[in-house]
Design a protein around this ligand. Sequence first.
Ligand SMILES: [Zn+2]
Ligand SMILES: [Zn+2]
Length: 372
Amino acid sequence: MPEVSGQEIHTSTYIAQCLQEMGIRIKKNIAGYGVLGILEGDPDKKCVAVRADMDALPIQENNRSAYQSLNQGVMHACGHDAHMAMVLGAAQLLSTNRPQGTVKFIFQPREEKPPGGAKDMIKAGVLEDPKVDGVIATHITNAFPCGTIALADQMAMALADDFHLSIFGRGSHGAEPHKSLDTILITAQVIQALQNIVARRVNPVYAAVISIGTIHGGTSQNIIPDRVDLTGTVRCLDVTLRDEMLEDIHQVLSGITSAWGANYELNYIYGYPPVKNHPLTNGWVLDAVASLKGSLPICLQKLEHSMMAGEDFAYFGLKVPSTFFFTGAGNQNCQQPWHNNCFDIDEDALVFGSSVMATIAWKICSEQKQEE
Ligand SMILES: [Zn+2]
Ligand SMILES: [Zn+2]
């Protein structure tokens, strides 16, 4: 019963009920429908948080499985149902085999809809009282087979910004272009130049994307329009690079439009920051995978390139050490990418994600909290 961003009503009620049945204390309705589970332990020991996102996407599911969506037009096409199941699985393991310190289970709403729910949950204090020493989350992916835990050294996900751009000129009859300021021609030059920012301004060893997604201008074949509107997205792994690219975008826009006596307006929307893994929490994941090797067919894969999608888990990493690892869920039948209407996972993957998170919490929460 998937629910879209900001409407995770039944999902959050169900999660809260599951946690309560495990004897875990809960706080409900945080930042909308967010839920915090607190498995309380010795305050002098470390505190670990594990996080799952809860929202689904406005997509009509095209799978025929026993667990296909019952909600028309809404689907867990990003696997957030799997994330919730894995964190609940970890909660189950830990509630029956309690660590010495406190574990927090963060169920976060609105990941798919910027500005997202993570920031608001942090503002509501989920990382405080007791203070969390590190946060772990995972994203399921069919890019790796079931049994794989994929971990990036540093950059796991890109920053993701959007923009709305308008080019303003002067309209005229198509037969009299000399009386116009032709926004169609100017737009053609602008698009070329924007792509050349990536090709000629960004150092080629860094990943960067500028994509134009929509372009709208004109009403008839013989009218030069006085305005063209475009939207697009900017992705890269580094906030300094983003600032440089934004400066270049303005320079290109102002140079080209002013050369033709036209104008522009750019509405640039800052999205989620990049997801950067911390060496401390990466160590926790590596340790957990190593210690699970005896009992599970688990294998660690080093993620050579970051994913260029965005994730608001990034905000946790700005506050405390955090790691975002990927849980492989692919098999012969489960090959579809995120946000596809046939996205499905090998459910055996859930055991691996749950086990890694539970093992981390169990080990780290037995350590003494460091004096501040
Ligand atoms: Zn998604
Ligand atoms: Zn997702």
